[in-house]
Design a protein around this ligand. Structure first.
Ligand code: PLP
Length: 467
């Protein structure tokens, strides 16, 4: 096989394809086509190496809440770098930025948490959560109470345990996952899984029944925790049906099962409140957050726990001589300083109020896509949403995967100047930087629609509808 022409020279694309493995990438296509190289960013825009401008419609990976080039965050990093570029938190060492950030997180938290533990990514946060749940139940003398229930289509990360929580088959297939003690209950997507004639509330009740049945089947004394994203992101931007979390939490209380909120995407304003837990009435015992915590400028994530759980950890550390968990970079002062400045900027610039102001227009532009020939369902909340592409609007039949409808729509959108993503099949997501203005929302949707129109033309030409 002759090698693709882009590999011939010494371009960045050629060097990339020859040197780097890319996450969540079809490696075979990448070898043939190479990367899109992003060179710079400003506000909601990024620019590729040829100077082409794109709206970052997904805020990177649902994360850069302040967009690109925010000098306040850059300066916070530089200042801290000069003062103390690294220190750790092992063996009772600490630094001021991590202390200030922990206090801030406890102050703004959606529940009465006692302590914060810092990690570097959402996956590490959720891995830590699993270990804490097991550690805690051992402290309580409940060695059997260890199973954690997640949901089909959930996304909780990629490390061995976090990927096990994730309920998307590509993360398990041939990776020999999930590990034991991780279970998945039904996905609460009313449009996809609601039955004919079933109301949204009835559907939510059925989801709660499914959870209860699973708990009873496994034995309540073996089930330790339930984990959920308030809005499921990578599973397709699935908004919980009305009354869902209320009903779920009743079941959890009944069987003494911890509620874990994965706020990695929803935290810090995305849904129009500081936390998705506030938007959807969730009272978590444990919370994981990441991404917009530092506007993604530097890697940092956190786990917050209740006093009860912390006391269990104290007891275990007495027994074993230490709480033997933690990362070299847990509480790293530079990302902590940037995260602290991010939290301050959220207040100084009233970002939550801004999201609430922008959200109606964002939802209006999303809802206007309901009539588009490719769109089966529109779902959105705050400044996050998706359209689900379907072959038949009436029966909700999906496109045959062989047409790669979502992928082609994503490429067409990119050509039209907006970076979106096809998630969990043919769901085209938007989750822009929270600083987006009304005019920019219009521009983003104009480009998004242009991409959808190109995909609709392809669908007609290539007969995706009947195929
Ligand atoms: N949890 C949720 C809800 C996420 O969306 C993600 C990533 O997108 C993660 C966890 C994993 O985070 P990371 O990629 O930082 O490991």
């Amino acid at each position: 096989m002759s090698s693709p022409s882009f590999l011939q020279g010494n371009s960045l694309a050629a060097r990339d394809a020859k040197s780097q493995i890319h996450p969540y990438t079809n490696l075979s296509v990448h070898e043939k086509e190479g990367p899109l190289i992003i060179e710079s960013g400003k506000g909601i825009h990024v620019f590729d190496e040829d100077g082409k401008e794109y709206i970052e419609g997904l805020a990177g990976l649902w994360c850069t809440s302040f967009g690109f080039g925010e000098e306040e965050l850059i300066n916070a990093a530089i200042k801290q770098m000069r003062k103390l570029p690294y220190y750790h938190a092992f063996a009772s060492k600490s630094t001021e930025p991590s202390i200030r950030l922990a206090e801030k997180l406890l102050e703004i938290a959606p529940a009465d948490f006692s302590k914060v533990f810092f990690v570097n990514s959402g996956s590490e946060a959720n891995d830590t959560v699993i270990k804490l749940v097991w550690y805690y139940n051992n402290a309580l003398g409940r060695p059997k109470k260890k199973k954690i229930i997640s949901r089909q289509k959930a996304y909780h990360g990629v490390t061995v345990a976090a990927a096990s929580l994730t309920g998307l088959p590509p993360l398990h297939n041939d990776f020999d996952l999930p590990i034991q003690n991780i279970l998945h209950t039904s996905c609460p997507h009313y449009y996809r899984f609601g039955k004919d004639g079933e109301s949204e509330e009835e559907f939510a009740s059925r989801m709660a029944d499914d959870l209860e049945n699973l708990i009873l089947k496994e034995g309540p004394d073996t089930v330790a925790a339930f984990i959920a994203e308030p809005v499921m992101g990578a599973g397709g931007v699935i908004i919980p049906p009305v009354t869902y979390f209320e009903k779920i939490q009743k079941i959890l209380k009944k069987y003494d099962i911890l509620m874990i909120a994965d706020e990695v995407i929803c935290g810090f304003g995305r849904t129009g409140q500081m936390w998705g837990s506030q938007t959807y009435g969730i009272k978590p015992d444990i919370l994981s957050c990441a991404k917009a915590l530092s506007s993604a400028y530097l890697p940092i994530a956190a786990v917050m726990v209740s006093e009860d759980i912390f006391r269990g950890m104290v007891k275990q550390s007495e027994k074993h001589g230490a709480f033997a968990h933690g990362y070299t970079y847990s509480g790293h002062p530079v990302p902590a300083a940037v995260a602290m400045r991010t939290m301050e900027l959220m207040e100084e610039r009233n970002i939550i109020a801004h999201v609430q102001d922008m959200s109606p227009h964002f939802l209006k532009r999303f809802n206007a896509l309901a009539d588009h020939p490719l769109v089966g369902e529109v779902r959105a909340c705050g400044l996050i949403g998706a359209v689900e592409l379907v072959a038949d609007k009436k029966t909700k039949r999906s496109f045959d995967p062989k047409f790669k409808a979502g992928h082609k729509a994503y490429i067409a959108m990119q050509e039209a100047g907006v970076i979106s993503r096809a998630v969990a099949g043919d769901n085209m997501a938007l989750c822009p930087p929270l600083i987006i203005t009304e005019a920019e929302i219009d521009e983003m949707f104009d480009r998004f629609t242009k991409g959808l129109d190109v995909a609709a033309d392809m669908a007609k030409k290539e007969d995706w509808f009947t195929g």
